[in-house]
Design a protein around this ligand. Structure first.
Ligand code: 5GP
Ligand code: MN
Length: 344
């Protein structure tokens, strides 16, 4: 839920601002991109000069989002991105709360001189913003941003295009309204948006309706050839090497959801997906129940996120990372046991 005092602060900081930069995290998902574009629409409607910036390109499954082609990508155009960051009166941090999540864009963002405002739902926010709307219990940044836009501009400010952008973030961050983080408020927000013309079916179709053949084959390959299940530890891993991904013509977003295949194996309570990219190994962690993969990601892989969905990264080789994960199996099993017994 959005606190009225935070909205007063947002309004105050926005009042004098002409130029606004909206930023979100590396490997941006639907919550990151949808909220960026929705907020940009809202602020432009009130006369601001707004640019959205991302460290790298979103998944092609988000190509339908209106305005996505105008987002400035730091990895393609660092000079332009830097210039926008430095010229902004106000900078928004959406769907992340630590500069480290910006990857190579972090240094440029840190040196920006404008006022930072944050809207986010991850635990442990850093204190760089002047004001923030933050709720770690909220299932998506999009749900929080609805409260921000409705609070600043009235509920009718959320027109159908904006609503579809927010809905995309809500839908994907909740596993299609499955996770424990979904609340009555989540559904109330959607009801409000449907009352104002939200068409939900096209959003589901655009994101889950169809996929490139290569992506489907990569998933099948990953499950058949690269999944290891450790039933005695209730844990499963999937890893992909750079060669594996090249073989299936990997593109941004192709591995989205793969970690859930490992989590979906009967008896599995903890799943990790690891993939080798150009400069690092990126990992996705998932759990069911009380055991927190956030702690695991934070302690061993410089990561974070939520109790049941977290991420991390390593500069080691994929082989080293997998060896380290296998070495952590007894610790994971002990954590699962402790969580079950209510000790953690
Ligand atoms: P995903 O596995 O879907 O990429 O990310 C799952 C969750 O973990 C998301 O909430 C995401 O924001 C968070 N997350 C992913 N990667 C990282 C990371 O490297 N560092 C931190 N702190 N959080 C991450
Ligand atoms: Mn999110």
């Amino acid at each position: 839920m959005v606190d009225a005092a935070d909205l007063v602060a947002f309004r105050k900081h926005l009042e004098g601002a002409n130029t606004v930069a909206i930023t979100s995290h590396r490997s941006p998902d639907a919550d990151a991109v949808g909220t960026s574009l929705a907020l940009a629409r809202f602020l432009r409607s009130s006369g601001k000069d707004v640019t959205c910036l991302l460290p790298d390109a979103p998944d092609e499954a988000l190509d339908w989002m209106e305005g996505v082609e105008d987002i400035v990508l730091f990895d393609r155009d660092p000079g332009k991105a830097q210039d926008i960051l430095h010229r902004a009166d106000v900078l928004f941090a959406l769907d992340y709360n630590g500069m480290g999540r910006l990857g190579p864009m972090a240094d440029a963002a840190r040196s920006a001189t404008g006022t930072w405002l944050m809207v986010d739902h991850h635990m442990g926010p850093e204190d760089f913003p002047a004001a923030q709307v933050h709720d770690a219990r909220c299932s998506s940044t999009a749900e929080l941003l609805w409260g921000v836009i409705a609070g600043l501009g009235g509920k009718d400010a959320v027109e159908p295009v904006m609503a579809s952008l927010l809905y995309a973030g809500m839908m994907t961050d909740t596993g299609s309204f499955r996770f424990a983080s979904v609340s009555a408020e989540t559904h109330r927000v959607i009801a409000e948006m449907m009352d104002r013309g939200l068409q939900h079916t096209p959003v589901h179709e655009a994101i889950f309706g169809e996929q490139p053949m290569d992506r489907m084959k990569l998933h099948a390959f990953a499950v058949v050839e690269r999944m290891e299940v450790h039933p005695e530890f209730q844990t499963a891993f999937i890893h992909l090497t750079a060669e594996d991904m090249a073989r299936f013509n990997y593109r941004a977003g192709y591995t989205e959801g793969l970690v859930n295949k490992a989590l979906g194996v009967a008896g599995v309570k903890v799943a990790v997906f690891a993939k080798q990219s150009t400069d690092r190994v990126k990992m996705s962690f998932r759990s069911v129940g009380k055991y927190s993969v956030r702690d695991l990601a934070e302690q061993h892989f410089d990561g974070g996120g939520h109790n049941n969905a977290a991420g991390g990264a390593s500069n080691e080789s994929i082989g080293m990372v997998m060896a380290r994960l296998r070495g952590l199996l007894p610790e994971i099993a002990a954590g699962l046991k402790a969580a079950e017994e209510g000790m953690s």
